[in-house]
Design a protein around this ligand. Structure first.
Ligand SMILES: Nc1ncnc2c1ncn2[C@@H]1O[C@H](COP(=O)(O)OP(=O)(O)OP(=O)(O)O)[C@@H](O)[C@H]1O
Ligand SMILES: [Mg+2]
Length: 355
């Protein structure tokens, strides 16, 4: 890993509002995963559709259609994949796109499958091309051709595969080639969660972790979690630490506020970097437009960090807009910083106001 990449990883690993799993968090998460569809909070549409797919398959005594789960990190794709296998009473085999570098890697996995097994391929958009082509065939015909040897002497040996269910997960559905996307019988798009749903998740997790919290304490954590269960669970763990060390162990509204202030997560779920970007944009560049590189230098970060770490959530929150001329702070951004919206900036977003 080059030093720059290492610094980036280090920063992400310590960022309390990062949506990707950080450090050894995967192990902690396992304990908090819902185990059945009924335990899953929110995602009503996907849950209902999936329940139907599974029930119909059970009724027919067959493996369900292949399932694609897409959506941003930390919303429950891996959780749902595990639930699909559990609800079908089938073993789950786990792999990921980056782990399948050769078609042979995939052939080895497929040849070891039994009828009805569920194969989970995480980050399926990162699979190699030849493996992808082998997967098309396996998904459709439950058969692959394993090529032995090279050049003119190479022979293809057909290999039958027992009917299985592929569950693919991707954070970038747009990067998936059409032929692969078309071979999934069902695609579930996961959406960001409402504060009300995150509140239920925080309460459920608190129960499992044996943490005492009040209603307004949990609502406070939920509202700062950026619509993401993984972040809600992480903030809960950090606030629990605070409650244990600096209070009497109970997470009240006041404890949650003090803890999250300490971790620099504000009422909207913005962290130090997010606020730094808005601050520089408004105070130093008059709200923009300003180029992202200039903005990055001003906050003392790499361009990629600003673009990939801070911006997506600022844009989603309606605080920052990406325009062809550069980044612009929205009126909501000025208000978020407690500043008056300058007239010429307001006009950018509300042209009717210019007369
Ligand atoms: N609907 C939900 N109800 C309760 N907890 C949830 C829900 N969705 C996710 N979680 C919790 O959030 C954490 C992250 O979920 P998960 O690992 O399934 O996300 P993911 O979409 O696979 O993320 P990634 O893209 O990083 O792989 C888990 O610990 C899980 O317990
Ligand atoms: Mg996952």
């Amino acid at each position: 890993m080059d030093p720059l990449e290492a610094a980036e990883t280090e920063y992400l690993a310590t960022r309390v509002v990062e949506a990707e799993a950080t450090g050894d968090e995967r192990a902690l998460e396992a304990a908090l995963r819902p185990r059945t569809l009924d335990e899953v909070v929110g995602q009503e549409r996907v849950r209902e559709q999936l329940a139907l797919v599974l029930e119909a398959a059970r009724g027919r005594g067959r493996a369900p259609d292949h399932v694609l789960l897409s959506g941003p990190p930390g919303l429950g794709k891996t959780t749902l994949a595990m639930i699909i296998a559990a609800e079908m009473g089938s073993p789950l085999r786990l792999t990921s796109g980056p782990a399948i570098t050769h078609a042979g890697d995939l052939a080895a996995i497929l040849s070891g499958m039994n009828e009805g097994d569920v194969l989970f391929v995480d980050e399926i958009h990162r699979m190699s091309r030849p493996a992808e082509e082998m997967l098309y065939m396996a998904m459709e015909d439950f058969r692959v051709d394993v090529v032995i040897g090279k050049g003119p002497g190479a022979t293809a040996i057909p290999l039958e595969i027992p009917p299985f269910t592929l569950v693919g997960a991707t954070t970038r559905a747009g990067l998936l080639p059409g032929p692969l996307r078309d071979r999934f019988g069902f695609t579930g798009h996961l959406e960001f969660y409402e504060p009300r749903e995150l509140d239920l998740i925080v309460n459920r997790s608190a129960g499992l972790l044996d943490v005492a919290l009040t209603d307004d304490g949990s609502a406070e954590i939920a509202s700062r979690s950026r619509g993401t269960p993984r972040i809600a669970n992480r903030l809960l763990r950090r606030v629990r630490d605070y409650a244990q060390v600096r209070a009497d162990g109970v997470i009240t509204l006041d404890v949650a506020r003090r803890a999250l202030e300490l971790y620099e997560v504000d009422e909207s779920g913005l962290d130090r970097l997010d606020r730094g970007v808005l601050d520089v944009l408004c105070r130093r560049f008059g709200g923009g437009p300003v180029g992202v590189s200039t903005l990055a230098v001003a906050v003392g970060e790499e361009r990629e960090t600003v673009e990939e770490v801070a911006e997506p959530f600022l844009v989603r929150s309606g605080l920052l807009a990406r325009t062809p001329r550069g980044r612009v702070a929205t009126p909501a951004a000025w208000r978020h910083l407690g500043l008056a919206v300058p007239r010429q900036q307001q006009v950018l977003f509300d042209p009717d106001d210019s007369v």
